[in-house]
Design a protein around this ligand. Structure first.
Ligand code: TTP
Length: 198
């Protein structure tokens, strides 16, 4: 039987340091093994369908390497109305994304998938409202380099905190892994949790 002492019983299928930090907050032991997939959205694909599809694909790809483990994966995207904003390819695209988010409310969706003896998944939405940004603020922030590997070109948990006026819903969802909903998935699947091991 797999126990909490065996770190290979849970695998985080992610290259994101944010997801690793967030999952660590639950006190779980796990190893990290990233999936490398094409993350291009399908034509007209809604944000919730897209993040769920990618989270499941990442978890299934890594589960093939760890058949005895539980594999957890997630995917996060920013949706401005029907439009998906992924990671900007360069500073110019980051500037454009931030200008469009300025003074408006957008949605952040994260899909979370758990694959092992059974499969379970969920999609979580948070609403994020930006302050109205000045061109100088946008230029300075893009110059920090922080936007480049973040969906929507910002990190609410980093220097980008000054961009955000308010967050409605799960804050950890915006950073890349909604902790409450992830914990519920792990609990329902029977994955050993720190407080159930004693
Ligand atoms: C909006 C927002 C996004 N992000 C990050 C979370 C995700 O890491 C990233 C979205 O990219 P993802 O494709 O979801 O994840 P990833 O490529 O970083 O890692 P992997 O697929 O291997 O799990 O944007 C923040 O860190 N803070 C924020 O405020």
């Amino acid at each position: 039987m797999r126990t909490l002492e065996d770190p290979t019983s849970l695998v985080l299928a992610s290259a994101s340091p944010r997801r690793k930090d967030l999952l660590s907050q639950l006190g779980l032991r796990f190893i990290v093994s990233a999936a490398d997939l094409d993350e291009t959205p399908l034509e007209g694909e809604p944000a919730d369908t897209y993040v769920l599809r990618l989270a499941q694909a990442k978890a299934r790809a890594v589960a093939a390497r760890f058949p005895a483990a539980w594999v957890l994966a997630a995917d996060t995207t920013v949706a401005l109305g029907p439009e998906l904003l992924g990671k900007p390819k360069d500073g110019a695209e980051a500037r454009e994304m931030l200008s469009r988010l300025s003074g408006r409310t957008h949605n952040v969706y994260t899909g979370v998938a758990l694959v092992g003896r059974t499969e379970a998944s969920t999609v979580v939405r948070s609403g994020v409202t930006f302050r109205t940004l000045t061109p100088g603020e946008i230029d300075w922030y893009v110059g920090t380099g922080e936007p480049l590997d973040k969906a929507g070109a910002y990190a609410v948990q980093g220097r980008g905190g000054f961009l955000v006026a308010s967050v409605e819903g799960s804050p950890t969802n915006v950073i890349g892994l909604p902790l409450g909903e992830t914990l519920e998935l792990l609990t329902r699947a029977g994955v050993p949790l720190p407080w159930s091991a004693t």
